[in-house]
Design a protein around this ligand. Sequence first.
Ligand code: SF4
Ligand code: SF4
Length: 429
Amino acid sequence: MQTHFTDTQLQDPQIREADSILRKCVHCGFCTATCPTYVMTGDERDSPRGRIWMMRELLESPDSVSSDTGYHLDRCLGCLACTTTCPSGVDYHHLIEIGRERMDKVAPRPAGDRMMRWLLARVIPYAGRFRVMMQLGRIGKLFSPLLPTSMRAALAKLPSRVPSLDRVGSKTMNFKPRTRATRRVILLAGCAQRALDPAINASTIRVLNKLGVEVTVRQEAFCCGALAHHIGESKAAHQTVRAALLAWREELERGDVEAIIANASGCGTMVKDYAHMVGDDPELGAIARQVSGLARDITEVLADLPLETIVEKAPESRGRITYHSACSLQHGQKIHDLPIQLLREAGFEVRQPLEPHLCCGSAGVYNILQPAMADGLRQRKLDNIARAGAPMVAAGNIGCIQQLDSDIPVRHTIQYIDWASGGPPPVQD
Ligand code: SF4
Ligand code: SF4
């Protein structure tokens, strides 16, 4: 794609980055077929190609941009399916971040929208606050008809059951195996996940300990910053990222940490991107690059460990399971086959739904900010899961798990692996 930035505009490093991304797009349109919003609406402006075109206009001529641009950029899920499909290697991931940041400056959002984003960035990343919000939300649902649409949508997404808060991450902790540890890793305990499902961290630590891995969790690294980053709350995101990096630097200085593990793939994608995000920061650049180099999804770490030594022998298959591939895992981190392979090693008969590349509509807080599109995608995914004909579903991201949990229960992949190696059943009768 041709661009026409002026020399003055190109002095800005962000514009230079956008320019080099834009120039890679040849406008072939291959990406439109796998873009969930385009599949749902058929509108070119809801496709990656259309958004790339609009972002070029926004960046070249910000004064002439229309409100349509912001509307269609907001409808992008950030699922990155387009990056998997694109034959030209267009870095849509970083282009949309630049586009959204510029759009916020050119046409600030209405006060209500800004307030909602401010609130989400200050509640959900804090597990304790989020848990209180879930409890209050149960009362708030009673008054739902009196509330504005955005608040109603947010309340509808809150789970009806509020589990006790995950103690993992409440303070700095070391979880040692029964026998002498042969390896040490850091686990990012996560934020919303701690409030929504403590069983995921418990399973992760149990499986790693059984495999001889010591697990360290730092209290200061309470969130990866993705949620705030993706809704334009960049100051809040930066503070969170800084806290995590400084805490992990202390651990890495010991020299024995083999990996920094995320068991929520949305967080893993973010941590792997720290090097890009703050790589030029004088204080954080070096540690950010080291952390991104060590960041792994839990399935990547398990693939290097002798899982067969802890999986209990099953007389036959443990049963049919549908694997839902979270976008942040399959598109953000390009990990799709590995969890399927591990589930098979653990004895499950794995099925995949139709349209495995399409997002379920969760996408961080997209399901709160864009409820209509999110609900349509959710239903489409649930229909495809039902057609797969398995009684349970595995996924590698808490957002998808919450979005899709229904008559067919959805649990984290690590919970099924834990179960197969003597842990508790992920789905209680
Ligand atoms: S597939 Fe890639 S090159 Fe083709 S239109 Fe989409 S982003 Fe551009
Ligand atoms: S990130 Fe997802 S929703 Fe956004 S343009 Fe790409 S494929 Fe479409």
